[in-house]
Ligand binder design. Structure first.
Ligand SMILES: *Cc1c(COP(=O)(O)O)cnc(C)c1O
Length: 441
């Protein structure tokens, strides 16, 4: 299987090459040159998430050096449970909980798989691989957790100082060892700019191999397709019907993965994108011109994306707007509705949603009965509510129970290194590179 850029430039590359590069050289995103076609019977005998992931990803990795190791890699990355849980009586839908990983959000799945791949792609005796991530919240923590302790790989996490929540900061700065956290005196955009500049810097290139682990990486998308696939197969086998999904969406990585799973033949019905007040995608699906915009800050902050990069992959799959409109629909949920939904569903069902998951719950609450009856419907819970307890607890009038994985992480000592938003500063920090914790926060 080869991969090509959504912008059509550059040569077709292997699975491994697409994974290591992240972005195509022409700035586009990698997509399969040809789509595999699978049927439900291709998954006969696959019941666990790891087995489904292995069967689903196999054609995507066909012919690649990593293909032989796929079973081990999926076993490693899919050890995180992804249970489908009924919501209280009368709700009429279930929730796919993707928050049982080390940083309690769905990004753990993709980060773990990418780490499993990259570790195996390092030739023995290779120079250190430096992975840089700019993060405004969840991604950096998941990547740091996944790569922590892996030999031959260092991770640099750049976050805007003072602009992430204290809990988010703890998840970025609690690792030590081969993970360095940089508190950049600037904005998220400064962090991103620094990562891009470091990527093409000749002095750094001399010292390290570099890679990115950002959310457009193919290695993060495929395991996300796998949990949608495994869930859909379980429902199909049990009830003989295709489940439909409502997916809280920002950069569209999670939703695109579900769309890819359906595209290659998994039994998935409707796919509905639940957006916060960042409405670029919803407006486009309504027939307005494509209009990327600045992101606006909302309670569902991990979805504050005004110009989702995976839109390019969606348009590559459905170049004609009517086809795209037939493939997905979208709804916008503002902060007021998020708040109300968190309170209302706790009162009605005892369900506790994070603000992101609440956008999907709100889409369900608004859904006309006739459409709902064509279910079964599943909402995707993208993060544990305890990660957002400062928002959630006052709305439900009680503390949010903290899962053990998060509690452990909150107890680790934290350290970060302040960084001026200039390439020279980052270069010096990486080269002098004392990866041990203990620098002043
Ligand atoms: C990243 C994230 C999202 C948005 O996912 P996309 O793949 O960017 O659409 C939603 N919820 C949470 C908790 C996230 O961390």
């Amino acid at each position: 299987m080869l991969y090509v850029s959504t912008r059509g430039g550059g040569p077709a590359v292997t699975f491994s090459a697409a994974l290591l590069a992240g972005l195509a050289p022409d700035g586009g995103l990698y997509v399969p040159a040809r789509w595999p076609q699978l049927s439900v019977s291709d998954f006969d005998g696959c019941t666990s998430l790891a087995e489904v992931a292995g069967a689903l990803i196999a054609p995507f990795a066909a012919g690649d050096p990593l293909a032989d190791e796929l079973a081990d890699m999926t076993a490693e990355a899919c050890a995180i449970p992804a249970p489908l849980v009924p919501v209280g009586r009368g709700a009429g839908y279930s929730v796919l909980e993707l928050f049982h990983g080390p940083t309690a959000a769905f990004k753990d799945f993709g980060a773990q798989f990418l780490a499993a791949c990259m570790t195996r792609l390092r030739p023995a005796g290779a120079r250190p691989l430096e992975i840089l991530v700019a993060t405004s919240g969840d991604t950096g923590g998941a990547v740091a957790a996944a790569f922590h302790g892996r030999a031959g790989i260092r991770v640099g996490v750049l976050f805007p100082q003072g602009l992430v929540s204290p809990l988010q900061q703890q998840q970025l700065t609690c690792w030590g060892d081969n993970v360095q956290a940089f508190a950049v005196r600037g904005s998220f955009d400064d962090c991103q700019r620094l990562v891009k500049a470091a990527f093409v810097d000749p002095q750094l290139r001399q010292r390290f191999d570099r890679s990115s682990a950002n959310s457009i990486n193919l290695g993060r998308l495929l395991p996300q397709a796998a949990y949608h696939a495994a869930t859909a197969l379980a429902v199909w086998r049990e009830q003989g019907v295709k489940p439909s999904f409502v997916i809280p969406s920002g950069n569209l990585g999670n939703a695109l993965a579900c769309i890819w799973a359906r595209h290659v033949g998994l039994p998935i019905g409707d796919i509905v994108l639940a957006h916060n007040a960042n409405r670029a995608v919803a407006d486009y699906l309504d027939g307005k011109p494509w209009q990327p915009r600045r992101s606006i800050a909302t309670l569902a902050s991990a979805m504050d994306v005004g110009d989702p990069s995976n839109m390019e992959r969606l348009q590559a799959l459905f170049p004609a707007l009517p086809d795209l409109q037939a493939a997905v629909t979208a709804q916008v949920v503002d902060d007021g509705a998020i708040r109300q939904r968190i309170s209302a569903d706790y009162a009605a069902y005892g369900a506790i949603w994070c603000p992101h998951t609440a956008t999907a719950a709100e889409v369900m609450a608004r859904m006309p009965a006739a459409r709902k009856a064509r279910g079964p419907w599943i909402i995707v819970a993208t993060a544990h509510p305890a990660k957002f307890s400062e928002i959630v607890a006052p709305l439900i009038g009680r503390a949010v129970p903290v899962p053990e994985s998060l509690a452990r992480l909150y107890q680790r000592p934290s350290a970060s290194r302040p960084l001026e938003p200039r390439l020279e500063a980052l270069r010096a920090a990486l080269i002098d590179g004392d990866p041990a914790p203990g620098n002043t926060p």
